[in-house]
Design a protein around this ligand. Structure first.
Ligand SMILES: N[C@@H](CCC(=O)N[C@@H](CS)C(=O)NCC(=O)O)C(=O)O
Length: 217
């Protein structure tokens, strides 16, 4: 049995959870927060980032590595095309979303979601970088209706993790959604994804975790 470690508010945790659910793989969840100094965590995830997984073969960290491993270990239902080039195009989109959208937009999350603040210099750098990278993403992403084309792939797991958080964070910090401004119409796409039971489960678990964090429960 696979154990997914992390927490339900983490977008990278939810990227992996979505892939597990789409594949119908049995898994359990273990809450691990970021910043752990516990040797048991560091020996698996040396930067103490989440998610990581414990598998019957051993542990793994880095969400993309985990989803790629899942695809090889549990090939059906396929979330990556069998054709080598088509598979590479899906992974190209995953890299773009993770590295050039999410990782850049992430610098805004403290101010947008957690009551922190970003210096004007950081804001300006992120705004310029995101504007450039969103225009580049627009050339790659299909949203027709899925991120990489006509079927659900791991690129949708990455898009699910990156698009809403970066769209909302830019709106919160800059007063404008840089994704929408760049022609990435992520809201109807997320609505369409929200018809899938896998996405409904991830969203419900995240909401419960957010409410618990806010002390409402
Ligand atoms: N490249 C990593 C990124 C994971 C990541 O940044 N996770 C966040 C939580 S959403 C985290 O652990 N942040 C704490 C930190 O960076 O120290 C992956 O794809 O798994």
């Amino acid at each position: 049995m696979i154990t997914l470690c992390g927490f339900a508010i983490s977008n990278y945790y939810n990227k992996v959870k979505l892939a597990l659910l789409e594949k119908g793989i049995a898994f359990s969840e273990e809450t691990v927060l970021t910043g752990s100094t516990d040797e048991a965590v560091l020996s698996v995830s040396p930067l103490a980032k989440v998610p990581f997984v414990r598998t019957p073969d051993g542990p793994l960290c880095e969400s993309q590595v985990i989803v790629d491993w899942l695809e090889v270990a549990h090939p059906e239902p396929a979330l990556i095309p069998k054709d080598a080039y088509a598979a590479a195009k899906v992974r190209e989109l995953c890299s773009f979303l993770d590295l050039h959208i999410e990782l850049v937009g992430r610098e805004l999350y403290g101010q947008a979601f957690f009551g922190g603040s970003c210096s004007p210099q950081v804001q300006e750098r992120v705004r310029q970088q995101l504007t450039k990278n969103v225009a580049a993403l627009k050339r790659l992403i299909k949203l027709s209706p899925f991120a990489a084309g006509t079927s659900f792939t791991i690129a949708d797991c990455s898009a699910f993790a990156a698009l809403p958080t970066v769209g909302m964070a830019s709106k919160a910090v800059f007063g404008t959604d840089l994704l929408a401004d760049g022609g990435i119409d992520w809201k109807p796409y997320m609505k369409m994804l929200g018809e899938r039971p896998s996405v409904q489960r991830v969203v419900a678990d995240r909401k419960a975790a957010q409410e618990a964090m806010a002390g409402k429960k």
